[in-house]
Design a protein around this ligand. Structure first.
Ligand code: SAM
Ligand code: DTB
Ligand code: SF4
Length: 345
């Protein structure tokens, strides 16, 4: 990417208006895609896709009431509560993810927030995973400032904490924590010097104005999230949102496109929900500016496309995994590419 291309791009905005986002949603589909694809090319190579692998290091038994979530204790979804995994077991999974071609490893826990006594255990996982040369990410619920500092000291690169939906729809989805709690955690993560991964879920029965409201809240954060996961609701039997009307797939693509336009420097991740998407729909999402995926057979408790399907899709679309700079300054794109190319061959 040449410096002249970057300097020609307009400055990042944090003052988006709801009416502007709604106007984008209302553009003819080809025009919206064209605008998003143009922004994508100003900042990224559109053939590159960042690949992260997820692992649920502490599954189920969560006290929160997020209406979409199979891990909430109060819903009967068949997900059994488990203890925190051992560092050795996590490391084994991280090695497998690296061998399969992932560049980032994201550890998720079904907690409202970690207890202080959990932090050294998670810190040990972070240190070991990082030592493999993987980028590290964790999603553990709400964090205090001190907890964020401790995770940063252990080498955590990214913290995932989603806004999930628009402020005016939030109260229909979650009652056990406030929108402001999420903002506070994001502030602690930024203050600790970590990168933020923050997005939401669509297809929960929200209106188009509320999808715009989610993107507005994300794009007007004090700093755009480094990664913006756009999840399509995975409907799990037993959760209150099971049976929600399906979102029009083109509306999903529009949401991706507007995330790309409003947060031009961010990685926009085509996240949960890919398993039930056609290859054609995913290709449209990449054309609309998505440039990151979760890679590996499982998300946290639900399915994801198997790696063979993703590698075949990458090969068909001429996409390749994105290079990653690790803290030592060495670029291990070659490692990632070799691993993936070996699997494609
Ligand atoms: N417990 C922590 C928290 O909620 O902050 C971290 C894990 S939680 C499972 C991480 C995110 O996964 C949620 O914020 C939500 O956006 C996403 N998620 C959970 N269940 C989902 C589902 N059924 N479909 C789509 N996304 C989902
Ligand atoms: C995110 O935004 N999506 C991921 C990750 N961050 C942690 C989680 C998706 C979970 C889907 C439901 C499940 O597998 O339990
Ligand atoms: Fe718990 Fe996170 Fe699921 Fe909400 S999304 S119920 S906080 S695991």
């Amino acid at each position: 990417m040449s410096a002249s291309v970057i300097s020609a791009a307009p400055p990042l905005r944090h003052d988006w208006q709801q009416a502007e986002l709604l106007a984008l949603f209302e553009l003819p589909f080809p025009e919206l895609l064209h605008r998003a694809a143009s922004v994508h090319r100003q900042h990224f190579d559109p053939a590159e896709v960042q690949v992260s692998t997820l692992l649920s290091v502490k599954t189920g038994g969560c006290p929160e009431d997020c209406a979409y979530c199979p891990q909430a204790q109060r819903y009967h979804t068949g997900v059994d509560a488990q203890k925190l995994m051992s560092t050795e077991a996590v490391l084994e999974k991280a090695k497998q993810a690296k061998a399969a071609g992932a560049s980032r490893f994201c550890m998720g826990a079904a907690w409202r927030s970690p207890k202080d006594r959990d932090i050294p255990k998670v810190a040990a996982m972070i240190r070991e995973v990082k030592a493999l040369g993987l980028e590290t990410c964790a999603t553990l619920g709400m964090l205090s400032g001190g907890q964020a500092d401790a995770l940063k000291a252990a080498g955590l690169d990214y913290y995932n904490h989603n806004l999930d939906t628009a402020p005016d729809f939030y109260g229909e989805i979650i009652h056990t924590r406030e929108y402001q709690d999420r903002m506070d955690t994001l502030e602690h993560v930024r203050d600790a010097g970590m990168k933020t991964c923050c997005g939401g879920i669509v297809g929960m029965g929200e209106s188009r104005a509320q999808r715009a409201g989610l993107l507005l809240a994300l794009a007007n954060l004090p700093a755009h999230p480094d990664s913006v996961p756009i999840n399509r609701l995975v409907q799990v039997e037993g959760t209150p949102l099971h049976g929600t009307a399906e979102l029009d797939p083109f509306e999903f693509v529009r949401t991706i496109a507007i995330a790309r336009i409003t947060m031009p420097h961010s990685m926009v991740r085509l996240s949960a929900g890919r398993e039930s998407m056609s290859d054609e729909l995913q290709a449209l999402c990449f054309a609309a500016g998505a440039n990151s995926i979760f890679y590996g057979e499982k998300l946290l408790t639900t399915g994801n496309p198997d790696t063979e399907r993703d590698l075949a899709l990458f090969a068909r679309l001429g996409l390749r995994p994105m290079a990653v700079e690790v803290r030592s300054g060495t670029v291990h794109a070659d490692i990632v590419e070799t691993a993936v190319c070996e699997q494609v061959a």
